[in-house]
Design a protein around this ligand. Structure first.
Ligand code: NAD
Length: 415
């Protein structure tokens, strides 16, 4: 619930960052009394050789109890239960998650099941259901996007019901986050682009949503500065280790921001689009971010204008009239999507009608927009958006985002 002036901020996660940060894993696990972790990952991450790099860095200083490498995109309720059984059968006592948000959130889900001896993970969905600390978890992000390595959130999909469920608790914060530049060098350009836009969205929504606070502001602004200086660089030159580390830091900073401020309508609509049409989270964020800015600007003109400082630097910020700053921020986000589209050979989608699925078919048929709008009404992030949204408002935004047209300012609710 949003109460003006009141906030809580917590990030107990130990962050270890650098070009050889992985080497610290055995000591970190020993420190929390764990000796036999389950390593959770997915086929894409393992296939890129990243599990081998982690194993090499650990050497014989730690015994891996088992490796689970079949986490699907967006995680999965059934997989969480199956991997929880694997954890128990192999006498594991901790977890190392090596992957993007899908893997890290799966590990958080397994952690709930094994720590709480839960028969049904869904009983712990929503906020505040967890009452005590879970097993040790070390998160090694291999995308620079979700920030799940420092968030109190897990998003787990029930693929059968086409539902993405959120779990929110301070006990879901991992014990440590390892940001190692080796982990994102292999990330393909379109995923680098969309996950980078996910991190940018976390920071921007954290900065203008209702429960922004002085501490989330600091990490959000730092994240935006790093992303605007490095996202295009790493898409252009994937082997840029400094740029990769900067993006990893940015995603973590943005995660710290939104984990302590929440987000708004970009996530409301993005979660719903992901649930109904299976579009990857970062792709939804990239497309919808300009619409979140446009829809809320009458409530947040000054705050949004401040974002020009980390985006453009003090020179551009100082030379831009205050009433033009928000226009420039929105234009920057739109141009960033255009540049990423061009640099990825058209694989970074700019509007919902342009997104294609794995088979090359349109991923978001226009006739599904009403379903998405209805699903979005049930998403908790809607309560933190500065301006209210009902079904018609959500559909109006989705229709504009489907075509890639700016919002008709005359149709925006002005509450
Ligand atoms: P992802 O984890 O689904 O990974 C996307 C693809 O990239 C996968 O195929 C994976 O194999 C591949 N990949 C990942 N790292 C790679 C690397 N270094 N080299 C080569 N391939 C690599 O994508 P994501 O965007 O990181 O995570 C999305 C999920 O995270 C969604 O389910 C979303 O809802 C959730 N999420 C969670 C939070 C949170 O706070 N818990 C926040 C935002 C999003």
């Amino acid at each position: 619930m949003y109460l003006p002036g009141y906030y809580e901020y917590s990030c107990r996660v130990k962050i270890v960052a650098g070009h050889d940060a992985l080497e610290g894993i055995p000591a970190l696990l020993r420190h929390v009394g764990a000796r036999r972790p389950l390593l959770v990952t997915d086929k894409g991450v393992a296939g890129a050789g990243l599990v081998d790099i982690v194993r090499q860095a650990i050497g014989d200083r730690l015994e891996i109890g088992a490796v689970a490498d079949d986490v699907p995109p967006d995680s999965d309720l059934k997989v969480v239960h199956r991997l929880s059984a694997l954890y128990r059968e192999n006498g594991c006592d901790a977890m190392i998650a090596v992957g993007g948000g899908s893997v890290m959130d799966t590990a958080k889900g397994i952690n709930i099941v094994v720590s709480e001896r839960a028969e049904d993970l869904m009983k712990f969905s929503g906020s505040g259901a967890l009452k005590r600390p879970l097993k040790p978890l070390i998160a090694v992000p291999t995308t620079a996007g979700t920030g799940s390595e420092v968030t109190l959130v897990a998003v787990i999909k029930d693929h059968e019901r086409h539902l993405k469920m959120a779990f929110v608790s301070f006990f879901l914060l991992p014990d440590a986050a390892i940001l190692d530049s080796r982990m994102t060098l292999s990330l393909p350009a379109p995923i680098t682009a969309s996950t980078g836009m996910d991190a940018l969205t976390h920071a921007v929504e954290a900065y203008y949503c209702l429960s922004k606070n002085p501490l989330s502001d600091v990490t959000a602004l730092a994240a935006i500065r790093l992303i605007s200086g490095n996202l295009l660089k790493v898409v252009r030159k994937p082997s840029d280790r400094e740029g990769r580390l900067a993006m990893a830091n940015a995603a973590t900073l943005a995660g710290m921001a939104f984990s302590n401020s929440m987000v708004g309508m970009v996530h409301t609509l993005g979660h719903a689009t992901g649930s109904v049409c299976g579009v990857p989270h970062g792709v939804c964020m990239a497309i919808l971010l300009p619409y979140g800015l446009e829809y809320n600007r009458h409530k947040r003109e000054v705050v949004m204008g401040e974002l020009l400082f980390p985006i453009g630097g003090p020179g551009i910020y100082g030379q831009t009239a205050p009433e033009d700053r928000t226009n420039r921020v929105i234009a920057y986000v739109r141009q960033l999507n255009e540049d990423l589209h061009e640099m990825t050979g058209g694989r970074h989608a700019r509007f919902l009608g342009e997104v294609i699925d794995r088979e090359g078919n349109p991923a978001v048929p226009r006739e599904r927009l009403p379903d998405i709008a209805r699903t979005a009404l049930g998403d908790g992030s809607i309560f933190y958006n500065p301006e209210d949204l009902d079904y018609d408002d959500l559909l109006m935004v989705l229709e504009a985002a489907w075509e890639g047209m700016p919002l008709d300012s005359g149709r925006i609710r002005k509450g």
